[in-house]
Design a protein around this ligand. Structure first.
Ligand code: NAD
Length: 493
């Protein structure tokens, strides 16, 4: 018991015990053992976080700070994080099972964690208003950009630091203050980040973290009367519930939700490239990525060869403990999710889909391990093709022509991402135009960058993260009318 680390929550640059004294356990998914206790924040704690954020926005230095000065603070934060990235990565691995190499600076999420601060540091003073040539005599009309105020940010458990950074830096760059709620399954790296940020001299109250569950922490946070907008990353069901709460006070909310992203392999594809790219677009994070391209649509003329080659590539993957440097795929990030993925595999098996590779052979007595799993002959109306598994599970369906491929790809409630594999780039670009998804990859998959906006079509969400659009979502415009020659005749005379 003594080895179990107890966290506090973070408000006004100070650590606090939860007001009602409740904590919940956090497991290490590598062995299923409890390693930390996390505050179960309720209304009083949410109130404290929001009060700190509101004071920082209305009365603290943050609200009055010039954008260029805010940029200098953000740059400092990026520098501090790059110094402590290894420490943050170690907590992420312990709490979430993510391989340490995925959060190493210079690689993907580790790099985003630093780049995002530096990118938005430079953007703080680039949002210029404009003078509008309004059809109104003797008036000077101008538009300016303003922050919303206190913003609630709700995070999922996959890639806690990776998803956090896409919304945090642009939101602060825009001049808002933030109360963040990480997932109940992976709160610890977000709390550790706050400890790191204390070194960056962020003014008190600008960033606060309350931990807990969706209904008892997330809902009161979004619903708080002093929260002006929210940004939610998570599943579509959770997103619907959060949007319903936001709608009570007509609050804007950004939605970054789930997906069931298709990857289309055309008959002229370079099959080696496609097989490797498809495998890389699903399995390394154990399928626990929102854009996981796990719905494979393969032209009938190459589906046999493609399927065999895909199995040959992914069956070599080493599934194991995240801290073992030879591991290529770590565990599922938490117990409930692990059991859910196993249930979905069993259901797909029971439904009679052809099981080409069974990842259940990787299961162990301790820890939440599942290996790559591939089903073939999965019609697009099957549960496996329609509903997100969020695990290392791919389905394959054959198609006969491009029009059918596009129709099947779009036959989904989701529209987060899609992949197209073809040597005919012109035709692939035409196909990309017809796919209903926020991101389309041609002859690659899984790329993302701080500079490039991401987000969903359809029930994968609305609003964008990263790039100029990522900051714009956290700002609103104000139109100001100044009378240059004030005169107002008596309206009733
Ligand atoms: P989830 O919806 O269960 O939970 C996400 C967060 O929402 C958690 O912090 C949870 O406590 C909170 N929450 C749940 N119900 C709530 C409510 N009614 N009010 C306020 N907060 C509430 O999702 P998850 O299982 O943690 O994450 C996995 C999902 O996230 C997958 O569907 C994945 O595709 C999606 N995701 C999307 C993106 C993206 O950018 N589009 C990125 C990562 C993950």
């Amino acid at each position: 018991m003594s080895d179990i680390r107890t966290f506090q929550y973070f408000a006004n640059n100070q650590w606090h015990d939860p007001a009602d004294g409740g904590w919940f356990d956090s497991e290490n998914p590598a062995n299923g053992e409890v390693w930390a206790r996390v505050p179960d924040c309720r209304q009083a704690d949410v109130d404290r976080g929001v009060a700190a954020a509101r004071e920082a926005f209305c009365d603290g230095p943050w609200g009055r700070m010039l954008p260029a000065e805010r940029g200098r603070v953000l740059r400092r934060i990026g520098d501090v994080i790059s110094k402590f990235a290894e420490r943050l990565g170690a907590i992420e691995t312990q709490d979430n099972g993510k391989l340490p190499q995925m959060i190493t600076p210079g690689l993907r999420e580790g790099q985003w964690l630093v780049d995002s601060w530096h990118y938005y540091a430079g953007m703080c003073d680039k949002f210029e208003g404009r003078v509008i040539p309004a059809e109104a005599p003797d008036m000077h009309n101008y538009m300016k950009w303003e922050p919303f105020g206190v913003v609630a940010q709700i995070l999922p458990w996959n890639s806690p630091l990776g998803t956090l950074i896409w919304k945090l830096a642009p939101c602060l760059a825009a001049g808002n203050t933030v109360v963040m709620k990480p997932s109940e399954h992976s709160s610890c790296s977000t709390l550790e980040l706050m400890d790191v940020l204390l070194e960056a001299d962020l003014p008190p109250g600008v960033l606060n973290v309350v931990t807990g569950f969706g209904s008892t922490t997330g809902e009161p946070l979004i619903d708080h009367k002093d929260v002006r907008m929210a940004s939610f990353t998570g599943g579509t069901a959770g997103g619907r519930a959060a949007a319903a709460v936001a709608s009570r006070q007509v609050k804007p909310i950004i939605m970054e939700l789930g997906g069931k992203s298709p990857q289309i392999v055309l008959p002229d594809a370079d099959l080696e490239l496609a097989v490797n790219g498809v495998a890389a677009g699903i399995f390394p994070p154990g399928g626990q990525s929102c854009i996981s391209g796990s719905r494979l649509l393969v032209h009938r003329s190459v589906v046999e060869e493609f399927s065999h080659r895909l199995v040959d590539v992914v069956k070599k993957a080493k599934v194991g403990e995240p801290n073992d440097p030879t591991t290529q795929i770590g565990p599922m990030a938490n117990g409930p999710h692990y059991r859910n993925v196993l249930d979905r595999i069993a259901a797909a098996d029971d439904a009679g889909h052809k099981l080409l590779l069974d990842g259940r052979t990787a299961c162990r007595d301790k820890g939440y391990y599942i290996g790559p799993t591939i089903f073939a002959d999965v019609p697009n109306n099957a549960d496996l093709a329609q509903n997100e598994v969020f695990g290392p599970v791919a389905s394959i369906e054959a198609f006969d022509d491009q029009a059918e491929a596009v129709r099947i790809a779009n036959d989904s409630i989701y529209g987060l991402a899609a992949g197209i594999w073809s040597r005919d780039v012109t035709s692939a670009m035409r196909m990309a135009d017809r796919i209903e998804a926020g991101t389309v990859y041609i002859n690659n998959y899984f790329n993302a960058a701080t500079q490039s906006p991401v987000g969903g079509y359809k029930q994968s969400g609305y609003g964008r993260e990263n790039g100029w659009e990522g900051m714009r979502c956290f700002m609103q415009t104000k139109s100001v009318w100044l009378a240059t020659d004030p005169h107002q005749p008596d309206p009733f005379g």
